[in-house]
Design a protein around this ligand. Sequence first.
Ligand SMILES: *Cc1c(COP(=O)(O)O)cnc(C)c1O
Length: 375
Amino acid sequence: MSIQLFVPKFRVEECLVEIRECLEKGWTGLGFKTVAFEDAWKTYTGLPHAHFLNSNTVGLQLALEVLGRRLGWEEGDEVITTPLTFVSSNHAVVYNGFKAVFADVDDSLCLDPQSIAAKITDRTRAVMFVGLGGNTGRYAEVLKLCRERGIAMILDAAHMAGTRVGGRHVGYDADATVFSFQAVKNLPTADSGMICFANEEDDAEVRKLSWLGINKDTYARTAAQGAYKWMYDVERVGYKFHGNSIMAAIGLVQLRYLDQDNAYRRQLASWYRGYLSGAKNIKLIPMTAGIESATHLFQVRVSNRDELMLALNENAVYPGVHYRDNTEYTMYSYGKGTCPNAAQASSEILSLPMHMGVTHADVKTIAELILKYAK
Ligand SMILES: *Cc1c(COP(=O)(O)O)cnc(C)c1O
């Protein structure tokens, strides 16, 4: 039997009940379950605003567009970001005509505040911070730096559904926090995401932009009578980025199990740590003190990563790599050589199987293989 990196767990019967409700009601689109899921997400996280979207990628794009317009950012302005992420974080910068400026990571594999400080120019407008694997790294220091320098903070929380710091869910102190509920994330739907702005105006703006710019609130206020349903305004061009009720139906069920699932992920991580910590040739990723991580990933660093990966594959264990240094990609190659820690990490990191179907015996098997083959 093989052990895969990610296998999402769906509570099928419960999901079908929620989806059936949409089908029977004849309401599968925007509204209904999307509103229920936004409310449930606000209750769960304690964040003041939440808008359901069709992915995290579009959320990151909209976060920069909304903040950029309100704060008067211009084309060519800079967003400091990480090379060790899924390309969405960096593409979001490009979609908006801003420049992705790469800063380096520290041992947590998250952005290093010192490196960010060194990359700040008079055109720096935002930092895109990725909580890799659910960890927060030195987010608190980065946020402090942003606040001191008048720079916006966008938290790509694609791995952080359920990460808490000092008992509070992450995201409350960023200007925008964007979650992913893509098929293999901690709260899997099929594809969807949530954008949580700190500011109420930004939340109102993103609701319009995610539905083609349609000013539904104005409609709701001034033309509440059914006959005037068509009477809305469109102030500026928007996108078809909002989420739908089928995805929200699945999300509502998955959310009920998020804490339980994350607790099991932390159990897996602690088993991995128990077998691997202190081992020669194997480095573990330090976890920020005092956090309860969503533990989307459990990563190790080894010098013979590619060889180890093959050896594991031969034994039917299929780990992954999160991520290849984005400055290795053609379109971001202008950043090559500017982030040595990320480049080094990119050649050493390996993400071990992490999902509800992994057992203690699996962890032991995987750890033994790693101890045998790591150099
Ligand atoms: C998955 C992921 C995204 C993109 O999420 P989607 O919902 O698939 O658009 C962005 N950033 C990171 C770090 C991710 O892992």
